[in-house]
Structures are given as structure tokens and as C-alpha cells.
Design a protein around this ligand. Structure first.
Ligand code: PLP
Length: 487
């Protein structure tokens, strides 16, 4: 690879910015020109999307979209696992006489809604395991043999049925299993009829936003908070009203514009880790009853409580059907299982099932059937016990290593979850992150989860998927960074 390529591209990219194109189009044009001018030669490997995104301070989604566009135009050849290469037939000679037609800027092609979605930048989950990528469960600990065995048995017994279209609400046997689990372990008031099986929490949030928000409606959003939720609400046209977070969780301020929806992570506030107090839970429920607002309870990682028991779900305290409860198997089984669930107020079930049918029908029947057996035969409970212990010991390893090697990065809270947020000296996050990246360590940003609240510098360190020795090794490496700038 031409090692000067990223620098040359950065310069060209900055020049393109003046042309008033969207980021993806700017990058496409930069790359086209680089190929036409021979700066990137035929068959030359281009930087990975991750590297280029970092070099140009773009999201990976944008770089991925630009590479895909150029592949469609024939400029690039991409091989999974190998990389992206300038097409062998694309050279100065071939291209110079016939300048490529510039595609219309994406803003002229997409709808207003589409543009709103693009403006959010989308939400990409990390695909590679690396210290300390946030939110990944340990897939080595998953009983894949048991899953294989259950899949084979279901296929042997039910192959044609499981290959047909299924119920858009989800298989009733799985809804029953989910309802039983949630009643017993989370104190949720659930029956199979109120459960809707989805592919992800993200899909739940997106459908709720589409079904319940009109353009301009106020939505109260935790700040700092989960970008996936924010993205869903913004793309539906919501006006976000940011709620600050204190030790009792999100702060309720009735003087703010009355919302259609309120988004909460009461068990383990994302990303501070605070558990919402009972008093605050009751206050939100009373407010929702009074105003007719809907409460979304995103109970995304309540299974991973290490010190004592998790507080039961807020939904179980509500007797007026204002809460839409969301949970996911992404962390408790594995991310690509693509199974999540929501427990809905009775009056919303049919509407959400119709919305769901328009969206994507239903998750794969085979996955649903196998997940049902996995739960009903006790494997789920056993797996949860195992990974809770495993992650507990990893959490301890991380806290211990931080105390020893990184006293300048104190944990905000650490009693639950798959990641631990630590604070950094004010103003140091960007510099320390760049240094950590140079050491090959991912340190997801804490400050980027803040919108209007004063930003807190820090990192969200994912620990669940890493053996203790890798945790300690990673923290020791981070210990070499200098938290304060030299005077
Ligand atoms: C706050 C929050 N909600 C939900 C999820 C899970 O989302 P999904 O089921 O879409 O993978 C995550 C994942 O990291 C999260 O952090």
C-alpha cells in the first residue's frame, strides 16, 4: 500500500469539503480523483474502512458507504477478509479521457426522512473483539454444542414448519417462555399475548418511535444516553429534550415540554451505571399517568448484576399501562441470534404487530424455536449463572487493575453490566484515546454519549469478553499513557 495515501487523501478530502457535498459524496469524489490521477494505482490496496474513518475523522458507516458505492461503479474490488483494491482496469490511461459522471448528491436523492436518518450517522456495532470494545459478551463461553444439538433436533422434527412464514408477533411458545422468564426474574407484568418478539432492541426502539411519534413531538432522552435510542427518535422527527442524570438516575423536570415518549434505562443507566431509585421510578410512572406520556424501559443488561440483586423492572410497578418494556438476547445469548422482545401495554400490541409486519415480518423461525428449547430446558438459566460469575471476576480484575495502574481513571460505578465507565482528567479524552489507539487498544468514548449536558471526559471499557490476563495487560498498557500534558 502507498503509505502516503491516507495523508494525500486527507488533503484532497479537505479540498472536497469546500464543494458543499455530503460526507459520503466528498469521500467518493476524493477516491475517484485519487484513482483517476494515479495517486492510488490499479490493484493497490486501500486503507481499511476503520483506518480511513479514523484518519479522516469520519464514521465507519460513511466510509463503508463510499467504498460500496465505488465498488458498484467499478472503481474498487472488495474481497471479504482481504481488503479493498483499486480495480485492475482503473488507471490513469483508462480513466483520464472520460471523466466519471459525478453522481447526484445523496441529499437530492433521499426523502426528508431519509436525510434525517443519514444525519444521525446510523449505529454500527463493533464486529471485532478487541480490548476494550464495549458491550460484547464472551462467545467462547456460549454452549454452542447444546445450541447445535437443539437446532438439529428441531430441524429433524419440524423442518417444513420452521421454514414457512411465521407469526409476526413471534412464535407463541417463545413468547410464553419469555413471559415466564420476565415474570420470575425481572418482576415484569407479562403474558405471552403482550410479548412481541423482534430482532433487536434497536428495532423495538425504531418501531416505537415510528408508531408513537409525530414530527416535532417532544421525547425526553437521558443525557448522557444511548445513541441507538437517540438515533431512532431523531430519525422519526422527534424534538429531543435531554434529561440530566444524577445518582438516582434520570432527573424528572415537569416544567420541560410535555413528551410523547420518555426513554429510560432504570436498571443500569447507560453509560453512567446508576440504578434508578424507587422514588424516581414512582415519580416517572405518576408523571406518565398524569400526562399520557409513554415510558420506554430499556432493560438492556439487567441480567449482569454483580453486587447483590438487580432491582425489579419499573414496568412491574406500573398499573396504568404506560410502560413499554424492552429486552434483548444480544448479550445473554449472542449478538447474531437477532432476537429481542418487548412487553407492550394491551392497547398497543395489535398496532405494533402490524408495524412489525411491515418492517421485516419476523425473526428466523428456527432461531426462535431453538431459543425456546434453550430457555425451557434450563440451559438459559445455567448459562446466565455461568457468565454472571465469569463477568463478575472480570469486572473485579478490571477494577483491581485500574486501581493499580490507572489511578487517574476512576470508575463512575461498577456494580453491573458488560462495560465500565471511567472518568478522565478534564480535556484529556481525545489525546489519551489517540495514544491508546496507537497502542492497539480501543477505548470507546464517554464524552460522546453526552449531548447538551456538560461533557464528562472518560472511557466506556468493555470487559466481559476478555480473559482477566488480557484485561490486566490492556490496563497496564494504558498505564503508560500520560494523563496530564507536560507543562
Ligand atoms: C442501552 C442499550 N440498549 C440496548 C442495547 C442492545 O441492543 P440490541 O438488542 O439492538 O443489540 C444496547 C447494546 O449495547 C444498549 O447499550
Amino acid at each position: 500500500m502507498n503509505t502516503d495515501l491516507p495523508r494525500l487523501m486527507l488533503r484532497r478530502f479537505q479540498r472536497q469539503a469546500a464543494e458543499g457535498l455530503g460526507l459520503r459524496d466528498q469521500l467518493c469524489e476524493t477516491l475517484r480523483q485519487a484513482i483517476r490521477d494515479g495517486v492510488a494505482a490499479p490493484d493497490e490496496r486501500l486503507p481499511s474502512t476503520r483506518t480511513l474513518a479514523q484518519d479522516l475523522s469520519l464514521s465507519r458507516v460513511t466510509v463503508e458507504a463510499a467504498y460500496a458505492q465505488l465498488e458498484a461503479e467499478g472503481y474498487l474490488r472488495r474481497k471479504v477478509g482481504d481488503g479493498s483494491f483499486v480495480d485492475i482496469n482503473m488507471g490513469v490511461q483508462t480513466l483520464a479521457p472520460k471523466p466519471a459522471k459525478r453522481p447526484a448528491p445523496v441529499s437530492e436523492i433521499v426523502s426528508k426522512r431519509g436525510q434525517r436518518m443519514l444525519n444521525t450517522g446510523g449505529c454500527m456495532e463493533p464486529m471485532q473483539l478487541q480490548a476494550f470494545v464495549a458491550g460484547s459478551p464472551d462467545l467462547q463461553a456460549f454452549p454452542a454444542e447444546t445450541w447445535r444439538h437443539l437446532s438439529q433436533r428441531r430441524l429433524r422434527r419440524q423442518a417444513p414448519e420452521l421454514m414457512r412464514y411465521g407469526d409476526p408477533q413471534g412464535r407463541s411458545e417463545l413468547r410464553e417462555a419469555i413471559a415466564r422468564y420476565l415474570v420470575q426474574s425481572r418482576g415484569v407484568r407479562a403474558q405471552a399475548d403482550n410479548v412481541l418478539v423482534l430482532t433487536s432492541s434497536q428495532q423495538a426502539l425504531q418501531l416505537m418511535a415510528l408508531m408513537l411519534i409525530d414530527e416535532g413531538d417532544a421525547v425526553w432522552m437521558e443525557d448522557p444516553g444511548y445513541a441507538g435510542a437517540r438515533t431512532a427518535f431523531l430519525s422519526a422527527g422527534a424534538q429531543l429534550v435531554d434529561m440530566p442524570i444524577d445518582r438516582q438516575g434520570a432527573v424528572l423536570d415537569p416544567t420541560r415540554p410535555t413528551p410523547r415518549l420518555i426513554y429510560l434505562t432504570p436498571s443500569h443507566q447507560f453509560p453512567t451505571g446508576h440504578t434508578m431509585s424507587l422514588e424516581r421510578r414512582l415519580a416517572f410512572i405518576a408523571y406518565a399517568q398524569r400526562t399520557g406520556a409513554w415510558l420506554i424501559e430499556d432493560d438492556y443488561d439487567s441480567e449482569f448484576q454483580y453486587d447483590g440483586h438487580a432491582m425489579p423492572a419499573l414496568q412491574g410497578l406500573d398499573h396504568s399501562d404506560r410502560v413499554l418494556y424492552v429486552g434483548s438476547f444480544t448479550k445473554t445469548l449472542f449478538p447474531s441470534v437477532r432476537l429481542a422482545y418487548t412487553v407492550l401495554p394491551a392497547g398497543l400490541v395489535d398496532a405494533m404487530v402490524v408495524a412489525r409486519s411491515i418492517h421485516d415480518g419476523h425473526p428466523a423461525q428456527l432461531m426462535q424455536a431453538v431459543a425456546t428449547d434453550f430457555i425451557n430446558q434450563g440451559h438459559f438459566a445455567a448459562h446466565l449463572r455461568l457468565i454472571r460469575q465469569l463477568y463478575h471476576s472480570r469486572r473485579d480484575a478490571l477494577v483491581g487493575a485500574l486501581q493499580q495502574h490507572l489511578p487517574w481513571a476512576p470508575p463512575l460505578t461498577c456494580s453491573s453490566g458488560l462495560q465500565l465507565s471511567v472518568g478522565l482528567p478534564p480535556g484529556s479524552e481525545a489525546r489519551l484515546t489517540a495514544q491508546a489507539t496507537a497502542l492497539g487498544i480501543a477505548t470507546p468514548s464517554l464524552s460522546q454519549t453526552y449531548w447538551s449536558a456538560p461533557k464528562v471526559d472518560g472511557w466506556r471499557l468493555g470487559f466481559a469478553a476478555l480473559p482477566p490476563e488480557r484485561i490486566v495487560e490492556g490496563v497496564k498498557l494504558l498505564g503508560k499513557l500520560r494523563p496530564a500534558k507536560k507543562a
